[in-house]
Design a protein around this ligand. Structure first.
Ligand SMILES: Cc1cc2nc3c(=O)[nH]c(=O)nc-3n(C[C@H](O)[C@H](O)[C@H](O)COP(=O)(O)O)c2cc1C
Length: 190
């Protein structure tokens, strides 16, 4: 496989993962730097991928720490590993935030199943919760959730592709221009 094929297959895997809960890249780490310059990382579900724009879509609660952090510093790394293909993808870029009421958030909300919408109907993420409340079924209002629902659109600037092999690991670096076209690529030592 040449480098352009490797780039294409990496993005094809990401597109597959967005549609397949069993896929290796369905859950990835979203890594950012908080307002105190400390590194932060958390797992997120990959909701959509667009190979031509080099974009990935994630959903989150706008009351979460990450939303505030990303509104101050939108630069992120997305890190994923697929055990099946023994592939690590490390993408650097920036996120655009589409908050409640925006066209992007409304459209994504409209595509969410009811059970997923309920994830946004509870109390603020990270706030203390009484232990007795852990298993209690709280009456929650789905419409409330929409007022907290946000979409993160990540645009990749670079991809660091690493394949773990029995011998002779492989690594390649890819850069994208503003339109998402591949602007450079090269093999590097793993
Ligand atoms: C497998 C998995 C998937 C997750 N997916 C999401 C997600 O798509 N969006 C999200 O906001 N949090 C998701 N979470 C929770 C986050 O990892 C994190 O704990 C939470 O959002 C609070 O992060 P923050 O304090 O950095 O904002 C997921 C957790 C796990 C274990």
């Amino acid at each position: 496989m040449d480098l352009t094929d490797i780039d294409a297959s990496a993005w094809a895997e990401l597109e597959t993962a967005a549609a397949d809960p069993q896929s290796g890249f369905r859950y990835v780490s979203l890594c950012s730097v908080d307002t105190e310059a400390k590194p932060q990382a958390r797992m997120v579900v990959l909701r959509a991928a667009d190979r031509s724009a080099r974009c990935l879509e994630f959903h989150t609660d706008t009351r979460s720490s990450k939303w505030l952090e990303l509104s101050v510093n939108p630069r992120v790394t997305i890190l994923g590993f697929s055990a099946e293909s023994r592939l690590q993808l490390r993408l650097q870029g920036a996120v655009e935030l589409h908050g409640p009421g925006s066209g992007g958030a409304n459209a994504a909300w409209g595509r969410l199943p009811a059970r997923t919408r309920m994830a946004y109907a509870g109390g603020p993420p990270g706030d203390e919760r009484a232990f007795e409340m852990i298993d209690a079924a709280e009456p929650a209002d789905e419409a409330e959730g929409k007022t907290r629902f946000g979409v993160l659109i990540f645009r990749a600037w670079t991809l660091d592709w690493f394949q773990l092999r029995q011998q002779d690991n492989r690594r390649a670096l890819f850069c994208y221009d503003e339109a998402g076209a591949l602007s450079s690529c090269r093999w590097v030592n793993p």
